[in-house]
Design a protein around this ligand. Structure first.
Ligand SMILES: [Ca+2]
Length: 379
C-alpha cells in the first residue's frame, strides 16, 4: 500500500503544474490495467562513500569512491583499488572523485574529479587487457570552480562516441555569475568533446555553437544548475539529465537522440517550469519532462537510467531516478518523449548519489553511506 500511496502523492503534486502534459494514472488509459514493476535492492558490496560507477571490460562494474579510489565489483564485494588519486582530491563541499567512464571497446578510462584547488579535472588513462596503464595518464580538460558546490562532474560517452561532461553553474546559490545562460563559460552546461581527436581534445564539428564567437564550442546544451547525473538511454539514445534545484523544484530534463544540441534548460531564469526570482522564461526554454517539489519527496534529484535490462520486464523503458535526501527509487513511464506515469518502486537506496548501468544493462544504486545495491526483481 505504501507504494501506491506514495505514487499517488507524486502524481497529485505534478498535476498542479499546468504546463506539464501528464496523464493522471496509466490505469485510466484503457487497454491492459497498469502493473507497476516490483523490485528489490540486493546489496552486493560495501564501499567507502561510493560516488559513481561504470560498466567496465569483461562484464565488470567499476565503482568510484568519493575520496579518490576506484575498485571493481567482484563476487565478494569490491576489489582492492585499481586506482588511487586520494592524494589529489578533497571531499570539501561537493568535491571529490565524481565521475568515471570508459570509451567504446574499453580502450580508455576517464576520471572526473576536483583537484586540491577545487578545479574540475577530466583525466584519461589507456586500458590494456582490462587494466589501467598509469604511465599513460593525461589531463583532457579542466575548469576552475568559483565555489565548492555545484561541480557537476558526471561524464559519459554518448552513442555517437563523444565524451559528454556535465558542469554545474559554479556554485554558491542563485547562480550569482549568471553562468547558466552565459554561453561564454563551460559552467552550467553539458559539454560534448572528442577526447581522442586531438591533444588535449577535439571539438566535434557539428557541435551547436561551433563558429559562434560568443559561445564556447564545447557546449552541447545549457541552462543547467547542477546536472549531477545524466545518462543516455541504451535503447533509444535519448539523453536524460537530473538537474538539482535551488530550493523549490527538482527536475529531469530530456532531449531526443535526434537532437542537434543547443537546448536551453532554463536555469537561472527558470527553476523547473517556474520563473526563478522574477526570471523571464527564455523563448527557447526546454522545460523538464518531470519536476517535483520538496513536500516530502526529497531535496536533491539524482538522475538514473532508462531501464534496458532483462531481469525486470515490467520496468523496461522506464527512467529510474532517486533523490539524495529521500532515497526512494522512482521510475517515469515514458511515451513519445512525454511522462505518462510516475511510479514509486517501493525501495529505498539510502543517500542515493548515483545509478550505475552494468554491461548487461542491469542497474545498481549507490548509497553515499556505503551500500552498492543491484536492482533485482522482487521475489
Ligand atoms: Ca531547468
Amino acid at each position: 500500500m505504501k507504494v501506491r500511496t506514495r505514487s499517488t502523492a507524486v502524481i497529485g503534486s505534478i498535476c498542479l503544474v499546468a504546463s506539464l502534459a501528464l496523464t493522471t494514472a496509466s490505469a485510466d488509459e484503457g487497454a491492459a490495467p497498469h502493473k507497476a514493476a516490483k523490485v528489490a535492492l540486493t546489496k552486493v558490496a560495501t564501499a567507502k562513500n561510493p560516488s559513481a560507477g561504470a560498466a567496465g571490460p569483461g562484464g565488470t562494474v567499476w565503482i568510484a569512491e568519493r575520496a579518490g579510489t576506484v575498485r571493481t565489483l567482484t563476487g565478494q564485494g569490491l576489489s582492492k583499488p585499481v586506482l588511487d588519486i586520494s592524494a589529489e582530491t578533497t571531499t570539501d563541499g561537493e568535491r571529490g572523485l565524481l565521475g568515471i567512464a570508459f570509451d567504446k571497446d574499453f580502450k580508455h578510462f576517464y576520471i572526473s574529479f576536483t583537484n586540491l584547488e577545487g578545479t574540475s579535472t577530466i583525466d584519461e588513462f589507456a586500458v590494456r587487457k582490462g587494466k589501467l596503464q598509469p604511465d599513460t595518464r593525461r589531463t583532457v580538460l579542466t575548469q576552475t570552480q568559483p565555489y565548492s558546490n555545484h561541480n557537476g562532474g558526471d561524464i559519459k560517452f554518448g552513442p555517437d562516441g563523444y565524451l559528454y561532461i556535465a558542469f554545474g553553474d559554479g556554485g554558491s546559490g542563485g547562480d550569482p555569475h549568471g553562468n547558466g545562460q552565459n554561453l561564454d563559460t563551460l559552467l552550467g552546461k553539458l559539454l560534448r568533446i572528442d577526447p581522442r581527436g586531438a591533444k588535449p581534445y577535439a571539438i566535434p564539428a557539428d557541435n551547436p555553437f561551433v563558429g559562434d564567437p560568443k559561445a564556447k564550442d564545447e557546449i552541447w546544451s545549457y541552462g543547467l544548475r547542477n546536472p549531477w547525473r545524466f545518462s543516455f538511454d541504451a535503447g533509444s539514445g535519448d539523453v536524460f539529465i537530473g538537474d538539482v534545484g535551488q530550493s523549490a523544484w527538482e527536475e529531469i530534463d530530456r532531449a531526443p537522440a535526434a537532437s542537434k544540441g543547443g537546448e536551453n534548460y532554463g536555469w537561472s531564469q527558470m527553476e523547473g517550469t517556474h520563473p526563478f526570482r522574477e526570471g523571464t522564461e527564455p523563448a527557447n526554454h526546454v522545460p523538464p519532462v518531470h519536476e517535483y517539489d520538496r513536500n516530502g519527496l526529497g531535496c536533491s534529484v539524482t538522475g538514473g537510467f532508462v531501464y534496458r535490462g532483462k531481469a525486470i520486464p515490467a520496468l523496461k523503458g522506464q527512467y529510474l531516478f532517486s533523490d539524495y535526501c529521500d532515497g526512494t527509487v522512482r521510475a517515469l513511464e515514458m511515451k513519445d518523449g512525454k511522462v505518462t506515469g510516475v511510479n514509486d518502486l517501493g525501495v529505498n537506496g539510502g543517500e542515493v548519489v548515483s545509478f550505475v548501468q552494468g554491461g548487461n544493462r542491469e542497474l545498481y544504486v549507490l548509497d553515499l553511506g556505503g551500500a552498492v545495491s543491484r536492482i533485482d526483481p522482487a521475489a
